[in-house]
Each structure stands twice: as structure tokens, then as C-alpha cells.
Design a protein around this ligand. Structure first.
Ligand code: GLU
Length: 271
């Protein structure tokens, strides 16, 4: 019995140590390796998508992590993630940071740490033109979204009578809308604007003025990776002060871009 208890204690200790080692110090480790491994989206313009000419993943999220990696003096390695896979990928150590349209909220903050808010949007819908004027019009309908997203949780609360169909990512949900399999696709307005801008038959669709939540984006890091979190926060506040953060916003969302949105936020330190 005593032996068994000792064995159990050793196993518990080994697990705890392994977990602690994983939280580690990404700032020091990435500097040592010369690489920061980033989990990003690869099909969501203008946050993370494959540029047709260069075949590289580019976007707003990518520019933010590139600026952070430059400050660290390391290269960036991009690994595509989905909404559902991004937290496990980070916790299991396959990526060092999430830069993937990710909303900060209290539930997620129990599992990972977030940077200050570096983008701000809110959840809306894409529908066939003229079909949805109020949330009532979605009662009992099928609505497409992505697995593991806040969009999925919010829409279930906002339209409880709807059937929510969860896809791996939003372009698949939009395909279902184009094929008439769902009445709407729901997620953050900035993502919907990106999908609509690139859609070949965009004249048939619209984003009605129905917002069901606020979605502040944060860069996700392992829980307790304090040196790295502090470094990232310091860097993005400096980027706001120097105008670099606004320049990145204007590059992807400015008046002359495909995805034009107003910048309604400033990066500030969380209270
Ligand atoms: N920002 C929301 C979320 O983190 C929706 C977009 C996404 O799925 O990445 O869940």
C-alpha cells in the first residue's frame, strides 16, 4: 500500500513538473531557439490568409506577431490552427502564441493568459439580402458558425430556437449559406466583412445591423508564462504609442482597403 502511495506521489509530481516545464519561459526559450511558433488562421482575410501571389500566410494578426518577434530578434514560424484547436495546440506546446482572431473572456482566461486587446469587433450575421431584419427572423432557422468559438456560444443564447451548425471554420459555414443549407452565418463582423469582400456573388448577401456581442481580441499565451506575457503587452502598448499599431490597422482595414472598417479602439494596458 505504502509503495503504491509513493508511486502515485511520484506520478503526480512528474505530471506537475512536466506541466510547469511546458509553461516555462517562452521569451527565453524562443530567443534561444531563434524562432517563435505562432498559431494563426490561414483562411480568414484580412486576419490570416494565404496571399495569392506569394503563397505566404499574411494579415493583421500576422503583422502583429511579426512586430513582436522582430523586437525579440527571432524568426516567426506560422502554424495554421482552427478555433477549436488553438488552445490545446498552445497548452501542448505545439505553438508558443495564438494570433488567431481570438476573443478574450473570463472562461478562456482560466486556461490561458491573454495580452491587452489588440483588435475590437462584435458578433453579427451574414444573410441573403433582405431576409433578416431582426433576430426574430432567425427563429427556428439553421445558423452556421465555427466549432470552439465564442460565436457558437453567443448565438445559442441570442437565438435559442435556432439550430446551430458548427463547421471547422467560417469559409465552410459560408459555403453552406451559398448552398442554401443555412439561413445565416454568424461570427465577428470583421471576419464576416472579410468573407463578404472576397465572395464572388457578394451582391446577394448582406450583414444586417444586428450585433449580439462585443469581441475584444487578445494574443493567447500559456498560463503563467509571465515574462512573455509582460514582454508582449509592453511591445503592443509601444506599438500603439509609436503609431505602428494604427499603421497595421490602416494597412488591412483603412479606407482604401477591401475590408474598410473604422478603428474604434486604442491599445491600452488592462486595468
Ligand atoms: N473571436 C471569436 C472567438 O474567438 C470568433 C472568431 C474565431 O472563432 O476565431 O471565438
Amino acid at each position: 500500500m505504502k509503495k503504491l502511495a509513493t508511486l502515485f506521489m511520484i506520478m503526480v509530481l512528474a505530471t506537475v513538473t512536466a506541466k510547469a516545464a511546458l509553461a516555462g519561459d517562452t521569451l527565453a526559450d524562443a530567443k534561444k531557439k531563434g524562432v517563435l511558433t505562432v498559431g494563426c488562421k490561414d483562411s480568414l482575410p484580412p486576419f490570416g490568409y494565404i496571399d495569392e501571389k506569394s503563397r505566404q500566410i499574411v494579415g493583421y494578426d500576422i503583422d502583429f506577431v511579426n512586430a513582436i518577434a522582430k523586437k525579440m530578434g527571432v524568426k516567426v514560424e506560422l502554424k495554421p490552427v482552427t478555433s477549436a484547436s488553438r488552445m490545446p495546440q498552445l497548452q501542448e506546446g505545439h505553438i508558443d502564441i495564438i494570433a488567431a482572431t481570438m476573443t478574450k473572456n473570463a472562461e478562456r482566461a482560466k486556461v490561458i493568459d491573454f495580452s491587452h486587446t489588440y483588435f475590437f469587433t462584435g458578433q453579427k450575421f451574414i444573410t441573403k439580402k433582405g431576409t433578416v431584419k431582426s433576430l426574430k427572423d432567425l427563429d427556428g432557422k439553421k445558423i452556421g458558425t465555427a466549432k470552439g468559438s465564442t460565436s457558437e456560444q453567443n448565438v445559442k443564447k441570442a437565438v435559442p430556437t435556432a439550430t446551430v451548425l458548427s463547421f471547422d471554420d467560417y469559409p465552410q459555414a459560408f459555403l453552406a449559406l451559398q448552398q442554401g443549407k443555412v439561413a445565416a452565418v454568424t461570427t465577428d463582423e470583421a471576419i464576416l466583412a472579410g468573407i463578404l469582400a472576397k465572395a464572388p456573388n457578394k451582391a446577394q448577401f448582406e450583414i444586417p445591423a444586428l450585433q449580439i456581442s462585443d469581441e475584444p481580441y487578445g494574443l493567447g499565451m500559456r498560463k503563467g508564462d509571465t515574462n512573455f506575457v509582460n514582454f508582449v503587452n509592453k511591445t503592443i502598448v509601444e506599438m500603439e504609442k509609436s503609431g505602428e499599431a494604427k499603421a497595421i490597422f490602416d494597412k488591412w482595414f483603412g479606407p482604401s482597403t477591401l475590408f474598410h472598417l473604422d478603428r474604434t479602439f486604442k491599445i491600452t494596458a488592462d486595468k
